[in-house]
Design a protein around this ligand. Structure first.
Ligand SMILES: Cc1cc2nc3c(=O)[nH]c(=O)nc-3n(C[C@H](O)[C@H](O)[C@H](O)COP(=O)(O)OP(=O)(O)OC[C@H]3O[C@@H](n4cnc5c(N)ncnc54)[C@H](O)[C@@H]3O)c2cc1C
Length: 265
């Protein structure tokens, strides 16, 4: 691992300034994805700007029909939050199913979304729960945030500050988890709103996506039977040693049905 300068600013403005001054600066969230990357010499930043002292990036609150979670909120904090459990219980359960206790105690919502691992859980929630991603300079709708494999709409010097989730009438997340890491082989967030149903999918493809055919079927009637006969083309899905594209295509309707069943209670 190459030597780097470590910084711990206390405001977003200070973090931005440090990032812009560095020749190759990188933000540090909980370090659960970035530190392995550094250990493998897959990135060689000149400066690491830790967000752990930036209190304005922490916290969970409700405003009208929106649940707002700060970017530096850990998975464990989301899972344990009375506010999240009351407003979007499926989001608390999703956070509780990420990795293991160490990952949940260190990893953050902002770090997970900025890293955009194709098998991460939060991307399904951001798409399914009609979220907007807030940064130091703009608001990005969930539908425009994930742009490819480990790629997002964020600029290199842009800080993700918070996510606003729209509180659904009901929702549930179903994940077929990797036995080794708990990452999603296929994970599906189904959420019902007065205007229709949203289905956010992670793990299955190079980046998270919405399954619009399932959304139309479930908007017509919110029941597992509405998905009968619905399939997703394997050609668009990912093959890994753990699961072929055909297997992921097989899992996708099954996990979607499970999410609907759970949401119906
Ligand atoms: C063993 C193991 C198992 C795991 N299992 C799962 C799982 O089941 N499900 C799952 O979803 N994830 C899983 N993860 C990943 C975990 O959730 C990480 O916490 C997450 O991917 C990264 O969050 P972090 O806060 O640690 O970010 P970091 O590792 O610190 O940073 C990741 C990237 O995001 C950038 N970044 C961080 N914060 C911000 C910000 N606020 N604005 C802009 N850029 C930022 C960094 O510069 C870096 O590029 C696992 C990780 C490990 C090590």
């Amino acid at each position: 691992m190459r030597d780097f300068q470590f910084h711990r600013p206390s405001t977003v403005a200070e973090a931005l300034h440090l990032l812009r001054q560095a020749s190759a600066g990188k933000l540090l969230g909980g370090g659960q994805s970035l530190l392995p990357v550094l250990k493998l010499d897959m990135a060689e930043p000149s400066d690491l700007v830790s967000l752990s002292g930036v209190t304005e990036l922490r916290g969970i609150r409700t405003e009208g029909n929106q649940l707002i979670i700060g970017a530096f909120t850990t998975h464990a904090e989301v899972a344990a939050s009375a506010e999240v459990r009351a407003k979007i219980p499926s989001l608390a359960r999703l956070a509780d199913g990420i990795g293991d206790p160490q990952v949940r105690n260190r990893g953050t919502l902002g770090g997970s979304l900025a890293h955009a691992d194709p098998a991460a859980d939060y991307p399904a929630a951001v798409l399914g729960l009609s979220a907007t991603v807030h940064t130091d300079r703009r608001t990005v709708p969930a539908d425009r945030f994930f742009t490819g494999l480990f790629e997002t709409a964020l600029e290199p010097d842009e800080i993700l500050t918070a996510v606003r989730f729209t509180i659904p009438q009901r929702a549930a997340y179903a994940k077929f988890a990797s036995h080794a890491s708990r990452y999603a082989v296929v994970g599906v967030m189904v959420a019902q709103y007065p205007g229709g149903v949203r289905v956010g999918v992670t793990g299955a493809g190079p980046s998270a996506f919405r399954w619009t055919a399932a959304e139309s079927a479930l908007t017509a009637r919110f029941a597992p039977e509405s998905l009968a006969g619905l399939t997703y083309p394997a050609d668009d899905l990912t093959s890994t040693p753990e699961a072929t594209a055909d297997y992921r295509a097989h899992l996708l309707p099954i996990m979607t049905k499970r999410a609907v069943q759970t949401a119906l209670g």
